[in-house]
Design a protein around this ligand. Sequence first.
Ligand SMILES: Nc1ncnc2c1ncn2[C@@H]1O[C@H](COP(=O)(O)OP(=O)(O)OP(=O)(O)O)[C@@H](O)[C@H]1O
Ligand SMILES: [Mg+2]
Length: 195
Amino acid sequence: MKQVVWHGGHVSAEDRQRLLSQSALTIWLTGLSASGKSTLAFALERHLINAGRACYVLDGDNVRHGLNGNLGFSHEDRTENIRRIAEVAHLMNDAGLIVITAFISPYREDRAMAKRIIGSERFREVYVSTPIQVCEQRDPKGLYGMAKAGKLAHFTGVSDPYEPPEAPDMVIDTSLVSVEEEVERIAVLAQTIGA
Ligand SMILES: Nc1ncnc2c1ncn2[C@@H]1O[C@H](COP(=O)(O)OP(=O)(O)OP(=O)(O)O)[C@@H](O)[C@H]1O
Ligand SMILES: [Mg+2]
C-alpha cells in the first residue's frame, strides 16, 4: 500500500532485550486437541517467570475469545488465525518477550508461514505428539465425543487433518512424561540463544 509508510522508532529490539536481560523467542507448540499444549504452555510460563524471564502465553481458546473471535475452523479461518497469532508473537518478540503459543496449528504450510513471520532465528517448533487414543480418552472438553457423534465439523484428528511437523526442534509425548519433566525439557530451548 503506497500511502502506508513504515515509521522507524528510536529503540531497537536489542535495546529492549537488554532492558529485560533476555533473548526474545517464540516457542510454538503444535499438536492435537487434548495433547497437552495449554497445560504445558501455562506451566512453562510459570516456570520461566519464576526464573526471572518475561514471557507470555498466546493460547488457542483464549485468543478466540478476543482478537480472533470472528474466526471459525474452516481451513481459511485456521490460516488467518495462525497468521494473526504469528504477527502478535512477532510484535511481542520485538518488545523483548519470550512467547509461548498453544495452537493445534494443524497445517504444515501455516506453521511455515508463522516461522516466516516470526523469523526462523526466533522460532522453535515443539511437536506435542501425544497419541490420538490418549487424547480421546482425556477429552477434557468433550469435543472428541461430539466430533465422533457427528456433532462437530472440522474437528482435527476426526473430521479434519493434522499434519505432523517433519523436523520439529523438540517432540514431547505427554502420555509418557510428567508436566514438570516436560517443562524442564522445553525450558532448555529458552536458554539456547543466550537468554
Ligand atoms: N503430562 C501431561 N502433560 C500435559 N497434560 C497432561 C499430562 N498428563 C495429563 N494431562 C492432561 O491432558 C489434558 C490436556 O489438555 P489441554 O487443554 O492442555 O490440551 P490442548 O492441547 O491445549 O487442547 P486444545 O487444543 O483442545 O486446547 C489436561 O486435562 C491435562 O491435565
Ligand atoms: Mg488448549
